[in-house]
Write a protein that binds this ligand. Structure first.
Ligand code: KG4
Ligand code: ZN
Length: 357
């Protein structure tokens, strides 16, 4: 029997140093042999956001140790690795470069293929680590830096249907949390506040709800949160504002997702309509519940990555690496980091003032 391919995945695009090993099984779902994520929350929390220089320095300090740990945990010998996959963008350029240099060093020492991975494609395909998933499917990618609806037509083949014209959803969660006095990154912790609040207490704006197709906008909502927070009189009202924010987000996603369903159906005819929600914010329980209901109502099957695969990790990078390895889609060691690497190369840049929707 021939040995099944094993891919080493490396992820250092922002504030997580992550290394994973994923093995082909010959079936649709690969096996995760190890998946180590070392977060830098403690380094950045006093600054209320990620400081690129500190993030890069920490990646340099930790990457070798994390890689050793991942290989040890996978119980394989380093010579069994078939290829090295590493995030090449989007992300912070000095952070991406740390992972890329490390990955290229391993690939050239072991004389195995090197594969650059789009971080967003890692998120896009992440449920494939546990679920059989056929193309095409509709994707809502919601993370700290991106909020997009895309038609996923195949490996490396994306059509963007909508995007945020200002802030990303993760950013809106983190900023709201910060305004409410929750430590960075506040998105996950905000859920605790939401549980204790009245979602109908504050009426907040839903920017571009009735225009702009399935494009999104969260900047006006963030400003409203800041303004409302100044009127808060007691602790309970903080919980109420968090719950009202969550309800508003759910309502925006409800309307925009129904629009995306229609857009997707216009360009795809398939007898199975799948809807994947991926990225860090896909861990949010309220969003999961709401989008499950709206999917079922519209005959789409909702698919979410396991919670541990929603946030940044290297298993998703290794898995995309494995798919590219199988079709011999390798990169040269000259590949450099691209901080703005898109999923849909033909999509127009929508950010900024004067956007025509
Ligand atoms: O995908 P990710 O780990 O990193 C990027 O590629 O950006 O996403 C991180 C974002 C952060 O903004 C974080 O606050 C948010 O995902 N996030 C959440 C939750 N868990 C993570 N937002 C809302 N609710 C959550 N449970
Ligand atoms: Zn991410």
């Amino acid at each position: 029997m021939t040995k099944k391919s094993i891919i080493l995945g490396i992820e250092t695009s922002c504030d997580e140093t992550a290394v994973a090993l994923v093995q082909d099984t010959g079936n649709d779902i690969p096996k995760i042999l190890s998946n180590i994520v070392s977060s830098q929350f403690d380094i950045h929390k006093e600054f209320g956001g990620v400081v690129p220089e500190l993030a890069a320095r920490s990646h340099v300090e930790k990457i070798n140790l994390i890689a050793k740990k991942a290989i040890l945990e996978s119980k394989i010998n380093i010579n069994e690795i078939s290829g090295v996959a590493c995030t090449s963008g989007p992300g912070l350029i000095i952070c991406l470069s740390v992972g890329l240099n490390f990955a290229k060093g391993i690939a050239s020492t072991l004389k195995i293929p090197f594969i650059g991975i789009n971080h967003l494609e890692g998120h896009a395909l992440s449920p494939k680590l546990h679920t059989k998933l056929e193309y095409p499917y509709l994707l809502l990618l919601i993370s700290g830096g991106h909020s997009q609806y895309l038609s996923v037509n195949g490996l490396g083949d994306y059509k963007r249907l909508g995007t945020t014209i200002d802030d990303a959803l993760g950013e809106a969660y983190d900023k709201t949390a910060k305004i409410l006095g929750i430590e960075f990154p506040g998105g996950p912790k905000l859920e605790e506040f939401v549980k204790r609040g009245d979602p109908n207490k504050f009426k907040l704006p839903k920017p571009i709800l009735d225009k702009g197709g399935c494009n999104l906008s969260f900047a006006g909502l963030k400003t409203a949160i800041l303004r409302t927070s100044k009127e808060i009189k007691n602790e309970q009202e903080k919980f109420d504002l968090a719950a009202s924010f969550q309800k508003t987000i759910e309502e925006i996603l409800n309307v925009k997702t129904e629009k995306a369903f229609k857009e997707f159906k216009k360009i795809n005819t398939t007898n199975k309509y799948n809807f994947v929600v991926a990225g860090g914010v896909a861990a949010n329980s309220g969003i999961r519940n709401k989008l499950t209901k709206i999917s079922e109502k519209n005959n789409f099957k909702p698919i979410f990555p396991d919670l541990r695969l929603c946030g940044d990790n290297a298993a998703m990078i290794a898995m995309v690496g494995l798919e590219k390895y199988k079709v011999k889609n390798f990169d040269s060691l000259d590949l450099i980091a691209n901080p703005r690497l898109p999923l849909d190369k033909n999509a127009k840049f929508l950010k900024g003032a004067g956007v025509e929707l």
